[in-house]
Design a protein around this ligand. Structure first.
Ligand SMILES: [Zn+2]
Length: 265
């Protein structure tokens, strides 16, 4: 028997027995309103690891054995205190190098030069604003203010009456409560408590609340107004340039990956 999947039994189990309806697909954990990390299909990812990459590699990575759900090296090399911070060096091209050049061994990123340019480190990408010393398994938020704690419990009960039935919906409520309680500023918590009941059922499921426009989700802002939050022209242009650059890198990286060529020259 291969030991490749020792640490990722969730995927195999799901393939053999079907999706376990008693386990939520996503669990989100927050720190002062920001996503600190999330659990997807049994694997913890740092909050800035794009959810679409976690999902995409879970579903399609099985073909190449890439991503932490399928690759043991990703888990061993690219995690810190049990949370994924980057892929391994072999899998990095499958993420279009958006998550760095990949970790060649535990905690050590590969130095990769493509087309004369250095592939950026995770510390210049999704880990740029993350304090590495705070990475670790999530801690449930604790409120010190008794009246806030009571208001939160009351809200939780009401949300369960409105939304809670399936495991994912119940987790959505627990996740929303973690988000609300995560704020350092009690005023922020009170505002969220006051408007959380306005969130429609259709917007509860599998939600990363740190990535949402709260006022729009609670119907306190109409959709036209929310366009004010769109990117400026200059921002669009800089995004377009960086996407083009990433596409070039990917094309080059894929060729090197497929033919096993020496990418560094
Ligand atoms: Zn890997």
């Amino acid at each position: 028997m291969s030991h490749l999947y020792d640490e990722v039994p969730f995927y195999i189990n799901e393939q053999l027995n079907g999706v376990d309806e008693s386990i939520p697909e996503f669990k989100f954990y927050y720190k002062d309103g920001q996503l600190s990390c999330y659990l997807f299909k049994g694997i913890f990812y740092t909050g800035t690891w794009p959810e679409y990459w976690a999902k995409f590699q879970y579903n399609s990575g099985v073909l190449f054995g890439t991503g932490p759900a399928h690759c043991r090296r990703c888990i061993i090399n690219g995690s810190k205190r049990g949370v994924m911070v980057g892929p391994c060096v072999k899998c990095a091209p499958q993420y279009d190098y958006e998550l760095g050049s990949g970790f060649e061994r535990f905690g050590k990123e590969a130095t990769l030069i493509i087309d004369g340019k250095l592939v950026p480190s995770v510390n210049d990408l999704h880990m740029k604003y993350i304090d590495l010393s705070t990475i670790g398994r999530p801690i449930e938020p604790v409120l010190l203010d008794e009246s806030l704690e009571l208001a939160c419990n009351e809200l939780r009960d009401k949300l369960f009456k409105i939304h809670g039935s399936t495991v994912d919906e119940q987790e959505a409520i627990e996740g929303l409560m973690r988000f609300i309680k995560s704020f350092n500023n009690p005023q922020e918590i009170r505002e969220k408590i006051d408007s959380a009941l306005l969130i429609p059922d259709s917007k509860m499921y599998n939600q990363n609340w740190a990535g949402t426009d709260w006022d729009w989700y609670t119907g306190q802002l109409n959709k036209d107004e929310s366009y004010a939050y769109l990117f400026t022209k200059e921002e669009c242009e800089s995004i377009r340039i960086s996407q083009e650059r990433v596409r070039e890198l990917v094309e080059f990286g894929r060729r090197a990956f497929i033919y096993g060529g020496n990418i560094e020259e």
